[in-house]
Design a protein around this ligand. Structure first.
Ligand SMILES: Cc1cc2nc3c(=O)[nH]c(=O)nc-3n(C[C@H](O)[C@H](O)[C@H](O)COP(=O)(O)OP(=O)(O)OC[C@H]3O[C@@H](n4cnc5c(N)ncnc54)[C@H](O)[C@@H]3O)c2cc1C
Length: 313
């Protein structure tokens, strides 16, 4: 049986041991505002950036052995980290972890594309455009990493990641690589059940298509996105999930009269009410207080408690 993830040690005891046991890139006491698109959050004790699958494997093995709290992230575009920061190791899967490979699928015109988790979703979409591969145009303009998009089951324009995936490769905390086919994966709205494993790669089943038409569709979707979303202000995209059977969260927030509502430096966007934006000097607490205000006002009005789509850390 696979061992259970440990998180026993806190404090400074493990820092030196980690330094001695893992030679990869680490930033100590690194402000999470740097790693998250909301641009808020206190310091993480350490931010480690493994540059290969082997480095990631050895890092997770060391952290498990030391009993250190850890959290794997991508580009932090769906993450709100508290002002107190994180007393553990944030593992960032970044641009060094971003290979894309393709091979022919079973049927004519089918192409299987294997992508590492640190690849940016936009880089993948652009790569598909260049190769004339269709299926991922809906994701054009969604920020973040491939790993984050799989974990969040990111979606837009009525389509979600799970629809184009064929398998996901995970790394268990024990160091074991686990491949799950699509029909073995539990996806739901903005969620994949990861069983606390790390996504290291995913494979997509795409179709060969007309390069120009794919390019046109992606560009149109990016333009449409830019028109309805606030520009130039830090955010994490839609802050709340859309509640089932009701109007979209943005409409409920707007109808509660909250467009433009502000606590400290955090504001309900004037452009799109489901975007909570950082007007410049917001703290994580400002966002938490504004989130609560929105939840209470919407609950009073329609009796539904909005669930954040953004992950709180
Ligand atoms: C302007 C803007 C527009 C957006 N538009 C959309 C949209 O249209 N549709 C949409 O769905 N989302 C949207 N988002 C939200 C966000 O971009 C997506 O959820 C994105 O897929 C998150 O990727 P990330 O790499 O930034 O994940 P992060 O924010 O880094 O992480 C999100 C969660 O996944 C976990 N995680 C990340 N990588 C891994 C991994 N490799 N293994 C295990 N766990 C991991 C993290 O621990 C965290 O819990 C938007 C955000 C912004 C800022």
């Amino acid at each position: 049986m696979l061992p259970v993830r440990g998180c026993a040690q806190q404090g400074e005891f493990w820092s030196e041991q980690l330094r001695a046991l893992w030679p990869g890139e680490i930033e100590w006491n690194s402000s999470m505002a740097r790693w998250c698109t909301l641009r808020v959050g206190g310091p993480a004790r350490a931010v480690a950036t493994p540059s290969s699958r082997a480095e990631l494997q050895s890092l997770l093995a060391v952290l498990t052995r030391l009993g250190v709290c850890k959290r794997v992230i991508g580009r932090g575009s769906n993450l709100l980290v508290s002002d107190a920061g994180y007393e553990g190791v944030i593992v960032v899967l970044g641009r060094n972890f971003a290979a894309i490979e393709q091979r022919a699928g079973a049927r004519a015109g089918e192409i299987l594309v294997q992508v590492e988790a640190g690849c940016s979703l936009m880089k993948l979409v652009n790569w598909c455009v260049g190769q004339g591969l269709q299926g991922l145009e809906f994701a054009a303009g969604i920020p973040g990493s491939l790993g984050g998009a799989v974990v969040m089951n990111a979606g837009a324009w009525g389509k979600e990641m799970h629809e184009v995936l064929s398998s996901v490769t995970f790394l268990h905390w024990s160091g074991e690589l686990v491949e799950r086919k699509k029909d073995e994966l539990a996806f739901s709205y903005r969620h994949l059940e990861t069983e606390e494993m790390t996504v290291v790669a995913a494979e997509f089943l795409l179709q060969a298509g007309d390069r120009q038409a794919i390019d046109l569709k992606s560009s149109q979707l990016i333009r449409a996105r830019n028109k309805k979303q606030p520009q130039g202000l830090a955010s994490a995209g839609s802050f709340f999930k859309n509640p089932p059977g009701l109007p979209a969260a943005g409409k409920l927030i707007q109808d509660a009269g909250l467009k433009g509502a502000r606590i400290g430096g955090a504001q309900v966007s004037e452009v799109h009410a489901n975007f909570l934006v950082n007007t410049g000097q917001a703290s994580a607490q400002d966002f938490l207080d504004l989130m609560r205000l929105v939840q209470e006002k919407v609950f009073t009005r329609v009796g539904v408690w909005l669930e954040p789509e953004v992950h709180l850390l």
